[in-house]
Design a protein around this ligand. Structure first.
Ligand SMILES: Nc1ncnc2c1ncn2[C@@H]1O[C@H](COP(=O)(O)OP(=O)(O)OP(=O)(O)O)[C@@H](O)[C@H]1O
Length: 416
């Protein structure tokens, strides 16, 4: 069987009655309505096909956990429907389902039983659960003596001890240390390669980019976006910056080369032009060579007087991973008191030590070290360029290290 999920027009509301008496009276007099009704999810519809990995992102309180709880049957929806086929393994809130007085082993037994596995199946899987969790002697101690990371280790090991059709994870992994996070992501990746459908909530945008085929952005209980990871993550990033603004100005356009251009900002400063040039000749560079001296040149037009102007750059590879990034705040080169009508030119010469591949440059015109204070203009993937290796010895990876082998030989001296 393969995991398939179909969610249609899902909604969840919490009712506030004002008083217990009012709630009680409503059982007998249906005309008595709650004082307030708060919809934490509304109009959510989507499907997950077998083998698809879907990330759920959104700010605190957006409704992510509620959605997963409804899908796993922990909470009932107020309206809508969930159709689910296949065996589900879920790791929801930490500690949920674990009895603090039972040991890790006993809880593991109990959880696997609830998932529908027989005593024999669980006994067979137990050594593997214990080994993967790596909590040592604590496995036979009561769970109340565990740290939250240890609880998560056991919860993850049990939930993934049997190959499910659909794996659901709610942020739990974030409490693990980096060693266990790495190990669990590896297991999740293996599951995905074996056709398991995956749905997980995370605040780690890099995890979303590397692991997901699709991302759903929840905002105020609604699915604001559902699409490819780069599109949704870049949109989300812009959305956070625009939160203070009443009008959302995020523009997205998929370019012919496949890169997605996302532009957002309040517009006091805008990018007039961005070029990659040869540092010696000043000519445009579309294909840079490993080791070439190049120059990023950006011109910004100022549309309103601003106190401070900072330029930030992010260079990303084709998978969306940031290869390098900094800004003029960190380099102590903040421009002060800029007047409307000025043009500010920034030049950044550097040696191209990137490995062969396709890269993008995302500039941001802001006022401090983050775009969350003022986002004048941020453009994801505005400039795209390729790197080829025409003059250096062969190497792989996204970084050219100026490294050389030193090799020496000698005859092993006799010890007799
Ligand atoms: N039992 C409840 N009664 C009333 N409101 C609730 C209840 N459970 C959740 N909510 C509300 O539902 C909304 C969505 O909560 P949810 O936990 O799903 O958000 P989330 O996106 O998972 O947030 P976070 O990133 O902080 O975990 C919040 O406004 C929360 O206050």
């Amino acid at each position: 069987m393969s995991g398939k999920l179909h969610v249609s027009n899902l909604g969840k509301s919490y009712r506030h009655w004002g008083s217990e008496l009012r709630r009680f009276a409503s059982w007998f007099f249906p005309s008595i309505s709650p004082q307030k009704e708060h919809w934490v999810l509304k109009g959510i519809s989507f499907s997950i096909s077998p083998g698809e990995a879907v990330g759920i992102i959104g700010q605190n309180g957006a409704g992510k956990s509620t959605l997963l709880k409804i899908i796993t049957g922990t909470t009932q929806p107020t309206v809508g429907e969930v159709q689910l086929t296949g065996r589900v393994a879920a790791i929801l809130e930490l500690g949920m389902g674990f009895n603090p007085d039972l040991t890790g082993r006993e809880n593991a037994f109990h959880s696997a039983g609830l998932m529908g596995y027989s005593r024999i199946e669980i006994e067979k899987a137990m050594p593997e659960i214990e080994t993967f969790a790596e909590v040592g002697k604590y496995f036979d101690e009561p769970v109340r003596t565990y740290s939250s990371g240890m609880q998560m280790r056991v919860a993850f090991s049990v939930a993934t001890a049997f190959l499910p059709d659909l794996l659901i994870i709610d942020e739990a992994l974030s409490v693990g240390d980096s060693y266990f996070q790495h190990k669990s992501f590896d297991r999740i990746r293996q599951f995905r390669d074996r056709g398991v459908s995956i749905m997980f909530v995370t605040h780690g945008m890099d995890d979303v980019r590397t692991l997901c085929d699709r991302v759903i952005l929840l905002e105020g209980g609604r699915a604001l976006k559902d699409g490819p990871p780069d599109e949704v993550v870049d949109f989300y990033n812009a959305l956070i910056a625009e939160k203070e603004n009443t009008k959302l100005t995020v523009e997205q356009r998929r370019e012919k080369n496949g890169w997605l251009l996302t532009r957002s900002g309040s517009g006091e400063a805008r990018v007039k032009s961005l070029q990659l040039l040869d540092a010696n000749t000043g000519t445009d560079v579309a294909v840079a060579q490993v080791g070439q001296r190049v120059l990023l040149k950006l011109q910004a037009t100022i549309h309103a007087d601003i106190d401070r102007l900072v330029l930030g750059y992010m260079i990303r590879d084709k998978q969306g991973h940031v290869i390098w990034g900094t800004n003029t705040w960190h380099t102590s080169q903040v421009e002060q008191d800029i007047k409307a009508g000025e043009i500010v030119t920034f030049e950044l010469p550097f040696t191209c030590t990137l490995g062969p591949g396709s890269y993008s440059v995302s500039p941001a015109l802001v006022s401090s070290d983050t775009h969350l204070t003022d986002n004048y203009e941020w453009v994801d993937n505005l400039l795209v360029f390729d790197v080829i290796n025409a003059s250096k010895e062969y190497f792989i990876g996204s970084n050219y290290l100026d490294a050389q082998f030193n090799i020496s030989r000698k005859i092993e001296e006799s010890t007799e």
